[in-house]
Design a protein around this ligand. Structure first.
Ligand code: PAN
Ligand code: ZN
Length: 192
């Protein structure tokens, strides 16, 4: 295993931006249009308003070796698609026995979790919330506020990301804007 020199990254709590700049990727509506329950509305927005930015991830990439601890900051922009709040794609870890820690930096969010055998959990997160994603739980974050929701995450380098299961089956719960409130409802299209 190669010895890495220790280093520090400054994290902007409002934007999630890393200084010095590390890796960054963006997810736009076109990357996940089929994940929103109201696909027609997602298609309409794409056609009439353009490909809106949903979230951005700043990330310290490290070799996928035992003991390395990658970390990142995710900023989810405020907004909704047909009433369903902006969210991340969500995933299981490819190595499902690997957990993760999320720490809220700014804004208001909800962390949705579920297991293959149908257990679900919803945790609200604000600045200062440290949420634990235990092994075996798929996880997705949702911005339920009017400002950006920004959180920091720390995971094990070999965890890996399995996006395919959620892309195929969806999450069992949706977080919807109803009468000004965030409401968690069953996803009628979720598998099992
Ligand atoms: C997070 C997520 C990040 C983006 O760092 O990767 O919030 O969400 P998606 O990966 O679902 O697009 C994490 O859970 N890493 O394991
Ligand atoms: Zn993860």
């Amino acid at each position: 295993m190669k010895l890495i020199q220790p280093f520090v990254t400054e994290v902007n709590f409002e934007s999630g931006v890393f200084t010095p700049r590390r890796g960054v990727y963006q997810r736009r509506l076109s990357d996940m249009a089929g994940m929103y329950a109201d696909r027609e509305e997602a298609a309409r927005i794409l056609a009439e308003e353009g490909d809106r930015l949903i979230y951005e991830v700043h990330i310290v990439q490290l070799p996928a070796e035992e003991g390395q601890i990658p970390h990142g900051a995710t900023r989810i922009l405020a907004g909704n698609i047909g009433g369903e709040f902006h969210m991340t794609k969500g995933h299981y870890h490819a190595r499902r026995e690997q957990g993760e820690v999320y720490f809220g930096l700014s804004g208001r969010g909800m962390l949705l979790l579920e297991t293959v055998d149908g257990k679900t959990s919803e945790l609200e997160m604000v600045a200062g919330s440290a949420a634990y994603v235990p092994p075996f739980w798929a996880h997705r974050t949702v911005n339920i506020g009017a400002e950006d929701f920004v959180f920091f995450s720390v995971w094990e380098a070999r965890a890996g990301h399995d996006y395919g299961t959620i892309e195929r089956d969806g999450f069992r719960k949706l977080v919807m804007l109803r009468d000004g409130w965030a409401v968690v409802v069953d996803n009628p299209k979720a598998a099992g």
